[in-house]
Ligand binder design. Structure first.
Ligand SMILES: Cc1cc2nc3c(=O)[nH]c(=O)nc-3n(C[C@H](O)[C@H](O)[C@H](O)COP(=O)(O)OP(=O)(O)OC[C@H]3O[C@@H](n4cnc5c(N)ncnc54)[C@H](O)[C@@H]3O)c2cc1C
Length: 541
């Protein structure tokens, strides 16, 4: 059981304090704890509630970065993709992509063939499988819903799909197991300074309102798109280093492709995806400048129109309309400041040190998080010079549930398979909870595979604090057609019966997880997944 103990933050002085519990911070705290540092991490909402649960959920080399000449990024990302399939095999899995080629596409057959060959070369021995060029008939045989008009061929290649929120969580849980103190719903509000150097942070527990001082020799800012805001807490004259861009995804339930589909948009030549995602499909993404409130990123009607128009062009027969959309979410990319079109900005990262010594990690992509974390912790090693600190081993040691599952997967029933695919080698922890009470073996809804014991597990062992944490990040129930309404009372009942939540707490939690009806649209979005807005955000294509 993981007990949330904010007091631990003030009771000791840490080697390293990390601010931000997205994948970047989670990767850093795991690496630091594994090397033997006394590390702490504070996250102002839930782990992965920022960009790290709003990604396209691909651990990929990034085919389109080849066009921008970012060969090193593609090479690193392919290498990391392979590592992730070893350290987190239950939540990072190969997926086959089809990229159809249409007459008039910005990227013709020759360019695609060249790009795919380069992609295979850069992946080298880390390749999932080599690409194949396909003729028109083969493309239609593999993906019959594709529009045949103007189709001239395509290519088949592999990348990986992942569970972004759970991979972030598993890094946090691994770090805690190695002795790190990681807390969600604790916000950094300022920096403790001694002789002009950052020596920790003033933080606030957002549940109790308690303010604390957390002392540390090295402070790391891993707050993704919030990085400039956090640096401004230290230096009011801080010059912004990021150019945040918004990306939107739609979840549709009336069509699921056989493969992931990657295609070029006609309106601006960008690449977009239609990905199989559980029982549904994910369509994304947009890439537009974002200068509004980072804590209230919303999906605009223009985002929806853009994605539906492009999808309709290549998947006309699938009839994906606004009525097909069951949920939508928006996230903000923490891109390094650069001029030019938003979609052409590099996904490279940089590490910089402020005059007060705060180490910030800026930019990057999910796939390369482990490498970024290694570079940051290497810096801390040089700065701290503590004896007995080990080398980085995050490429070798599986994340929390990444160990080997005992026994043949083929022999497992559907129920056990669901648990293994979610919790990996830790699935027995859920089964152990279920052993205490027969009712905990029951599914919480006929529409979802999750059992009651998973609710107890999430709140007791995975630091879920709110219903949103459970519905949007420990599981993806919040992105299903019911968005959790079909089982919210059952979940509330489990919290009361097994975790001693009071009536008032439950009522509050349910209220906070209200599902907002969207005016003028036929679909809804979970409260903190990005609301669909009729007013466009600032955009500069
Ligand atoms: C639409 C979209 C699709 C993407 N798809 C992919 C993909 O398929 N593959 C890929 O590799 N990459 C993808 N990316 C990029 C990737 O998702 C991001 O690079 C990555 O998630 C950033 O993680 P992060 O931890 O740096 O930021 P975040 O996940 O945003 O984490 C920062 C955290 O800091 C917290 N925080 C902020 N201020 C404070 C404070 N004062 N105190 C405490 N905590 C604070 C926030 O609450 C937040 O949780 C995508 C990005 C977007 C937007």
């Amino acid at each position: 059981m993981i007990k949330r103990d904010v007091g631990k933050l003030k009771s000791e002085s840490f080697d390293i304090l990390i601010i931000g519990g997205g994948i970047t911070g989670a990767g850093i705290v795991r690496d630091a704890a594994m090397r033997g540092f006394k590390a702490a991490l504070v996250e102002k909402k839930d782990f992965a509630s920022g960009t790290s649960s709003k990604s396209s959920k691909l651990a990929h080399g990034g085919l389109r970065y080849l066009e921008q000449g970012d060969f090193k990024l593609v090479f690193d990302a392919c290498h990391e993709r392979k590592i992730l399939t070893h350290i987190a095999p239950h939540i990072v899995k190969p997926i086959q992509f089809i990229m159809p080629i249409y007459k008039g596409d910005r990227r013709g057959r020759f360019k695609i063939r060249l790009g795919m060959a380069l992609y295979d070369i850069l992946a080298g021995f880390q390749n999932i499988s080599k690409h194949q060029m396909l003729n028109r008939d083969k493309v239609l045989e593999l993906e019959p819903a594709l529009n045949p008009e103007g189709l001239i061929g395509g290519t088949l290649f592999s990348d990986c799909q992942m569970n972004d929120a759970r991979l972030c969580l598993e890094n946090i849980l691994s770090a805690i197991e190695k002795g790190a103190v990681c807390l969600n719903y604790v916000e950094a509000c300022g920096f403790i300074k001694e002789n002009g150097r950052a020596r920790g942070a003033y933080v606030k527990d957002l549940f109790s309102g308690e303010k604390l001082e957390v002392r540390a020799n090295v402070v790391i800012n891993a707050t993704g798109p919030w990085a400039d805001e956090v640096l401004s807490l230290s230096d009011a004259n801080h010059t912004r280093r990021l150019r945040p861009t918004k990306g939107v995804h739609l979840v549709v339930n009336n069509f699921k492709p056989n493969h992931a589909i990657l295609s070029s948009t006609r309106s601006d030549g960008r690449m977009f995806f239609i990905l199989p995602w559980g029982k549904n499909s994910l369509i994304g993404t947009t890439d537009t400048d974002y200068g509004l409130d980072l804590d209230r990123v919303s999906v605009d009607k223009t985002d929806v129109d853009y994605l539906l128009n492009e999808t309709d062009r290549i998947l006309t027969a699938a009839k994906i309309t606004p009525e097909s959309i069951i949920a939508a979410f928006a996230g903000v990319r923490p891109l390094l400041s650069a001029s030019g079109k938003a979609s052409s900005i590099s996904r490279e990262h940089t590490i910089l040190e402020s005059p007060s010594g705060i180490i910030s990690v800026l930019g990057g992509k999910y796939t390369t998080y482990r490498l970024m974390a290694k570079e940051v912790v290497d810096r801390a090693v040089k700065r701290l010079k503590i004896s007995g600190i080990g080398d980085c081993s995050t490429h070798l040691i599986p994340v929390y549930g990444g160990g080997q599952v005992m026994g043949e997967m083929r022999e497992k029933d559907d129920f056990t398979l669901h648990l293994i695919q979610t919790y990996g080698s830790r699935y027995n922890e859920v089964l152990d909870i279920a052993k205490c009470d027969e009712r905990l073996k029951m599914r919480i809804s006929p529409d979802h595979p999750h059992i009651a014991a998973e609710v107890v597990h999430a709140f007791q062992n995975e630091m879920a604090m709110t219903l949103s944490d459970f519905f949007l990040r420990r599981t993806w129930i919040g992105y299903s057609r019911s968005r959790g309404k079909d089982c919210i009372n059952t979940v509330a009942d489990i919290l009361k019966r097994h975790l001693n939540f009071s009536e008032d707490e439950i009522e509050n939690q349910v209220k906070q997880y209200e599902v907002k009806q969207v005016v003028g649209a036929t679909f809804m979005a979970p409260a903190d997944s990005g609301l669909i807005n009729q007013t466009p955000t600032r955009r500069k294509h």
